[in-house]
Design a protein around this ligand. Structure first.
Ligand code: TXA
Ligand code: MG
Length: 337
């Protein structure tokens, strides 16, 4: 068992000692959870097989689910990738640092454990000052799956990381809650047109403005290219039921059925029509701004779990912009529960 240390980073207050500690833990093959603009990642030296193995163990992650390698610059990305298409370069130049992960052909130096034996590797430059500095001093690649126990909602604060992984990892760099709250968008640029394998912090609309159409991938095709996506994801312990936007009648019907069965019910809503229904004492009301909803939804799921509800009724959002990522996560959470 490891005692997990937490180091605070506050915007505008450099913490060179903290940074030095983080770099030396990584160099020694330890595990460091780091903040990004999307969610917190669980970091280890991408070229250290034992360290990467510990990442899989700490998360309970299936070994066929490959990891993203985080880097500080396109120049360092070239240590890990062997080639990239023009569209891939355009996306990198336009959106890095940012919530975009590119799947590219790998170099042989990348350990098989990182790529789950695939011929490709996932690369991202995250947009967070603390982690960009960490990457710069580390001068290499840092693997970073979301820093949660596999299958659970991704962590959007250091508290979530601590809750899931304390005593399993060495260090957490706490820079407060993340701003986007959804994971990065994963795009496979080894094909033309490129294929979106996971919609996330970057919209399809913005991607297509840059490179034209992307492939309309079937679920089958996503599984073929990204085998790890078949595993259980984003699921709280409670059962999740998605309800339509601002639809009082359906909501009340669902509610009374569950209540008849004597279930403990939680709810997450944001529209006037549903906010005002007297559901239960476990009713979380989120902002009607879809950005803020995205930012807070994983926290809300964790909070209701901690209150041990049996069911969570969740209000749907429109599937455009970041709303597409939110609905993708909520539908998976509902399927898995
Ligand atoms: O926002 C994010 O992407 C966060 C932060 C920490 O950067 N990381 C993250 O990592 O969400 P993870 O491991 O939870 O999700 C990475 C996704 C998985 O769906 C994985 O299967 C896919 O990327 N992936 C990784 N390498 C791949 C590859 N070579 N080919 C296809 N998919 C890959
Ligand atoms: Mg994850």
């Amino acid at each position: 068992m490891t005692t997990t240390k937490i180091i605070q980073f506050t915007a505008g207050h450099p913490n060179p000692e903290g940074m030095k500690t983080a770099v030396s833990v990584l160099r020694a093959g330890g595990l460091v959870a780091f903040p990004t603009e999307t969610v917190y990642g669980l970091g280890a030296d991408a070229l250290n097989i034992d360290a990467v193995q510990k990442v899989f163990e700490a998360k309970g992650r299936p070994s066929d689910n490959p990891l993203i390698v985080h880097v500080a610059s396109l120049e360092i990305a070239w240590h890990f990738m062997s080639e990239i298409s023009n569209k891939g370069i355009n996306l990198a130049k336009r959106f890095w640092p940012g919530p975009l992960t590119l799947i590219v052909k790998r170099k042989l130096i990348v350990p098989d454990i990182v790529t789950a034996g695939l011929g490709t590797v996932a690369i991202r430059i995250p947009n967070h000052p603390v982690t960009l500095e960490l990457l710069k001093y580390f001068e290499g690649g840092i693997v970073g799956p979301s820093a949660n126990i596999s299958g659970r909602p991704s962590p959007t604060s250091a508290e979530h990381v601590y809750y899931d992984l304390h005593d399993r990892i060495d260090l957490i760099l706490d820079a407060g809650p993340t701003t986007i709250g959804m994971e990065s968008t994963v795009i496979d640029v080894t094909s033309d047109p490129p294929a979106i394998l996971r919609i996330g912090g970057l919209n399809r609309e913005d991607i297509e403005k840059e490179i034209g159409n992307t492939l309309r991938t079937s679920a089958q095709e996503i599984l073929r290219r990204s085998p790890g996506t078949r595993h259980r994801h984003y699921a709280p312990q409670a059962h999740v039921i998605l309800v339509p936007q601002n639809d009082r009648e359906t909501f009340i019907k669902q509610l009374s059925t569950l209540k008849k069965d004597g279930k403990n019910i939680g709810a997450i809503t944001y529209s006037e029509g549903l906010n005002t229904i007297d559901v239960t004492k476990f009713h979380l009301i989120l902002s009607s701004s879809v950005q803020r909803y995205a930012q807070n939804i994983f926290h809300a799921l964790r909070e209701l779990d901690s209150l041990a509800v049996d069911y969570i009724l969740i209000e749907s959002v429109e599937e455009k912009g970041i709303g597409a990522a939110v609905m993708d996560r909520l539908m998976k959470a509902a399927q898995n529960s």
